[in-house]
Design a protein around this ligand. Sequence first.
Ligand SMILES: Cc1cc2nc3c(=O)[nH]c(=O)nc-3n(C[C@H](O)[C@H](O)[C@H](O)COP(=O)(O)OP(=O)(O)OC[C@H]3O[C@@H](n4cnc5c(N)ncnc54)[C@H](O)[C@@H]3O)c2cc1C
Length: 800
Amino acid sequence: MNSHYRVVVIGGGVVGASVLYHLAKLGWTDVCLIERSVLTAGSSWHAAGGIHALNADPNMAALQAYTIDLLSQIEAESGQNIGLHMTGGLTMAGTPDRWEWLQSAYRVFQSIGIEDCRLVTPEEACALNPIMSPDGLLGGMWADREGYVDTTGTVHAYAVAARKRGAQYFEHTRVEALNQTAEGWEVVTDKGTIRCEHVVNAAGLWAKQVGRMAGVELPVSPLKHHYLISDTIPALEKLDFEVPMTVDLEGFTYLRQDQKGVLLGIYEIDHEHWAMDGAPWDYGMELFQEQTDRIEHELVCGFERYPALQEVGVKTWVNGAFTFSPDGNPLVGPVPGKRGYWTACAVMAGFLQGGGVGKTLAEWMIHGEPEADAWCMDVARYGDFAQNKRYIRETTGQFYSRRFVMTYPNEQLPAGRPLKMAPAHDAMSQAGCKWGVSWDLEVPLYFAPRGFEETPTLKRSNAHEIVAEECRAIREGVGLLDITGFSRYEVSGPNAQVWLDRLMASKLPAPGRARLAPMLGETGRLKGDLTVLNWGDGTWWIMGSYYLRQWHMRWFDDHMIDGVTVRDLGEEVCGFGLAGPKSQAVIEKLAEQDISGLGFMGCGDFDIGLVRARVARMSVTGEKGYEINCRMGDHVALRRMLLEAGASEGIREVGFNALLSTRLEKSFGIWSREFTQGYTPGMTGMDRWIDWSKDFVGKEAALAERDGNGPAQVQVTLEIDATDADASGYEPVWSAGDKVGFVTSGGYGHYIGKSLAMALVNRDKATPGTELTVHVVGAERPARVIAPSPYDPDGKAMRG
Ligand SMILES: Cc1cc2nc3c(=O)[nH]c(=O)nc-3n(C[C@H](O)[C@H](O)[C@H](O)COP(=O)(O)OP(=O)(O)OC[C@H]3O[C@@H](n4cnc5c(N)ncnc54)[C@H](O)[C@@H]3O)c2cc1C
């Protein structure tokens, strides 16, 4: 063991070994891995080793596809047998809604390039897996590249392949402390101290403690998980093939062949956390006693789905622990505020996702940015609120228990809620507000009559008409929206303008003005769809999506220069938006100063009733509107005054569902849908805001796109002939049977009465009038490209 390395990876499970391998593969060979016991000695040794191509989150599915491709490569490189059995896999649906969902998921997989899957009937599925009973099954999906690996062999293959490329690993060495230094980190182990530039927390079941060693509180917890291995099943002995990896969603089980028996794994409804503060240091390669009472229901489902299990005994029970984050995705990347401290933990399915996690992290460390959009696993997708133990317990537990439970897109899940509430929350609830959640915050979805309950569905819900009325209020009268759920950062200091000018790719607004401002990474891909406001007194605001607060602050901090202060105002400032042709009439009644001269995209300080407010004349709805920002403590009074002043204008409280419908009618993109860090300005139309005459982060790459052949796909607006359901995202777009793009977001344009979508399509299919088709909840629907902004294309309403 040397006294200095460029990188020290802590933890020799499948994830740490993959990180080590990818660092070496990408050229950083002055790297080592430290393992407390032997390689695999955490969750990895007793995993079921299952690999599935399918994941409801398209970005995670892409990560899994990469890992599956990699497995045979590391086997060849290392010479270590990984026991790969590519049996193919089945995912079975047992309710009409689930079957509909599976058909729609199948189309989404086509969109993201997973082509080797197909839908099957229960009969076909039972021919593929003859020990499965078809009772209650409605259909399934087959995927070619699913199966299982030998877990110990796989971890060793990553580690040996890494060593062959120049990396080192050391077993029986425990990291006991981490001290930050000017150059990086001092890693104190029981075998001596190592100095390094970067440390990677890949400590699996111990990730919590290895976080705390650096003062980092990670939102992660282990949970227990069972599988059983059966005795030999005579029916399997007779087969000349292995049965496929099979997931019975309604039965909460997964199954694969294990020699001539099967391994049946269970996602436990009655979940059990273990060692929430991290596994004990002396935890060896042990298992817990099986708890069959706790999993009785799921076991019964499993034994009914595979009746052969009723005839044979259980050879082995495994009850082991593995780790989860609140949304079940890994925690990967640089930890905000801890230079040189990286995480690669909370990886729920390390054999399936570990390859992709290792690649992503290594690219991030070496190139400054991963190749693919890593938001879904970025450690910065959570804020400090997620450090709370009860929050972690409730959210990880909810994810685990619902792993195979169907979640509808309009369903609101209860874990970790309500947490942060805007001050007017209770008064809005009294007025009928139905709430969703963004990050830690309750956000209004719509206002319903007393006693109304929304039915979970994949299609248009019973809230459709309510949202339609709210949209009408916005387009014809005036709507009032709680905008606490926007982010606001204050930029000040002598170099504020210089800093903003370099970070934002657009021109900066003049004093008293606001401007849309794309922000790019060095690779020219998007980092933000922001609005910059120049208050004219030396302070500037950046406004954006609320749930990106930690992520954007990390970016701002990483690009900080002297003479600039950036403050996240998310705990201090909230507000209300007025939107609609009558919004000016309402605000004029309350403004102490003349606000009639505040033009479109103007901003300034005003006294609105009793409230000192920072007001900007803009609205995401595409109507004339005002965003009125106030102190948290003024929120209740501001709402009351606006409602009183607006009563004679017929003001109506509205929620974000109406905002989303109205913004679609304007073809206004939003982050995570039309804009992601996987897309470029040219693809998304963001290039029209770029000021090419100045210098800015990402300019070289953006110029290369502008002056090169241009993007292969561009953003368009589609009108879809849908009847009872609308597109939501990632559905494939077809032209005469050829896949030519995919939907980025969709919904119903209530005011214009059309089903709409925004989509990225091949450039030659982007002309208005082009006839296409789109799969909506599994059914193919005619669609056509229309000119952007089907409502008020000239923007007269918002400028008026
Ligand atoms: C019953 C069961 C079935 C599963 N089935 C599957 C499956 O079918 N497919 C799948 O993909 N996944 C499955 N998993 C999940 C899988 O096991 C985990 O996702 C994976 O093992 C996580 O790997 P890891 O490297 O993050 O963590 P771990 O395997 O926990 O490795 C962490 C390592 O870090 C070491 N370490 C910790 N702290 C220190 C320190 N201070 N100093 C030095 N070393 C340290 C530990 O000793 C350990 O070896 C299953 C898990 C269980 C429990």
